[in-house]
Design a protein around this ligand. Sequence first.
Ligand code: ADP
Length: 749
Amino acid sequence: MLGFQTPVIVFGGTAIVYLVIILLTLRKRRFGSWLNGLFFLYLVISIVWVTGKAMGVTEGLVPLVPLYGILIARNAFAILPILLAVLTFLFFERKGAQNAGVLGAICVLVIAIVDSNLFNLQNLLQASLRLRAPGQVVFGLVFLEWAGFTGGALVLAVMDYVRIQRPLHRNRILYWVTATLLIGLGEGLTMLPDAWLTQVGAVVRMSGVGLIAYVMLTYYLPSVRAATRRFISLGLITLVTAGLFLGSFVVLQWAIASLPSGYVVVGAVIVSVLVSIVFQPVRSAAARLVDRFVIGGSYDPAHALREYSAAITSILDLDTLVTMSMGTISETLEVRRGALLLTTEHDDGHVDVRVIPGMGEVSIRSAEFDPHSPVLSHLQQARQPLSQYEIDVLPELRLAPLSERAWLEQLNMELYVPIRHQTLLVGILALGSKAGDAPYTVQDHDVLSTLADQTAVALQNARLVSDLKKLNAEMVVLNEELKHMNRRLEKLDAAKTHFIQIASHELRTPLTQVRGYADIMADAVKSERPTPAQVAQISQGISRATIRLEEIISAMLDVSEIDTEALSLYRTPLSLMSVMRMVTETHQNAIKQRKQTFTVESMDDLPNVQGDSQRLFQAFSNIVGNCIKFTPDGGSIRISGRRLTEPSGDGVSTEYVQVLIADTGIGIDLDDRELIFEKFYRVGSPDLHSTGSVKFKGAGPGLGLAIVRGIIQAHGGKVWVESTGHDEINFPGSIFHVLLPATTKVVES
Ligand code: ADP
């Protein structure tokens, strides 16, 4: 007869429980992630295992059933610890789940090979280990594999418990550790030869698996620590009240023994009345004491909130408000770290989160949150505090962008309390863990929400004041900039007015010369025939004057081309050294005339530039010409070059050639360093300028450097001047810098 013995009922019963767990798991969650899928597999194999176990203990009609049962149970049992280890790796989000899986598969394969006695392996091992009973080798291997993987899973869980400080996370890990312990203990018991212990083991294991299912299906787990404390406190209170009864019992016993029989009843009545009077106060006193020492001191939230509310009404400064709110929180809830996160929504929907440290060390910088950040929307809508535990565990919050989660992780807070003004999220109180790493209670959540509500208006006011202050500071800067701009415009305006004077002066001088020479010629023709020497002198004068006229007119045309961006360049690869040679030749006479020293160095090894040689000659010639003019007789002008490399980010660097033209002249004031590159601008009064291309301080119409800037910029380059100031006694000198892109690109190694 097929016996429905107790073991069959026990194993069958556990199989049904596993099935119920499967159904619950399926109902509660979709099997999307690896963790859930593997847990499903774990449950299925658990059912196969206990079914095998149940088959193994049947006695009766079908002779092969127990044999197959033992085989099924053994094979299924070999897989279970591996799955438990992999599940633990995945649950703690540790790397190595894959490796554990592969190692497990190898172990199962080895056991299967030995079990099937392939290559006579089992017999060989049995003989070499001198084991007598058959199957001992396989049992030994399964035991080792079980001990290794179950122990590994347990060690991993305990390590995480030690590593992680957050109370709610630790609570969850504690559940996992307990579950692993129960599973390990249960499986260990099922391996013992005793039939009863095997059944107890199956039930213990089942409770462990049930606990794992509970942890995976439930996010809000009751606090193990709080439950233990409550249990201890209940025990202590019971102990105290039991003591009271015990005392009265001893007194009664004494009364029975020593008082005459008539007084015993009176004594008993007195004792009972006394006990009933003191029972309640003693019990409450005991409860209060135990609560204080075991559960931790309680506080009066109403009082703290009243005081806080009164204190913050007049605060208009953000930092003071933060200090105040953090102070209250730290006093009432014994929180050690905290900050205020100020949220500002941008036009594009992104939310700027600025950290204002409040207490403890908070060293993280501000962040930008996604417009659809689940964490922020949760805080905005839920009104309730949100814990870091929820951010890490709840599926809808785990969808938050990785950068946001990493930032919150780095902030290392335990609780986020939204501060809402009307429906707008204006800030968040971010709080670290409480003293002794105690978790926040429901009462704490309520207190913090009320405190956040009270803070909202004050925070909004403080933010407005802070914005106003910032605006004010910006206005001061703007005002300064405006003044500077004004000065610059005034100078430019003056330059334009001067230009008319200068242009008329510049143009009239050569014109007058031409006219003068023409008159001389006419007089000479009228009175007597002019000599060839006279004619030569007159024509030279006329030619010099017209050349000057031509120069001025072409400078004006150049400037107008630059203005209309019509400057056309004929660019070829060229060496700046060749340009410098032309410049040197052109100014040779002037330099000699002014007894100046002129040197060109480190220009030979420079890379080529893609440039218009005529225009670059014109630019450098203008600069050098100015240097000659604004350096006293006997001074020096030095030209040098160097190459510069600037990384452009994509692994390729841009090479530049920098030419420095330094003189020992009168120098340029800070205010004029930019302006001299504007057209018509010349330093100082136009009356003080003498006309002439080489004379000391002999200025032109104020177009030379404007042309230089136009040409260099058209080549993709930059020009600027460095000087400590204008000083016609000490001659501080000026250095003109010209930066031009080289034709070569450098690939960074
Ligand atoms: P200009 O036709 O008057 O030379 P530029 O545009 O060439 O006009 O120069 C503008 C002004 O810049 C000059 O009038 C002079 O005051 C100043 N400047 C130019 N080069 C130098 C220099 N090397 N040292 C001192 N001042 C200079």
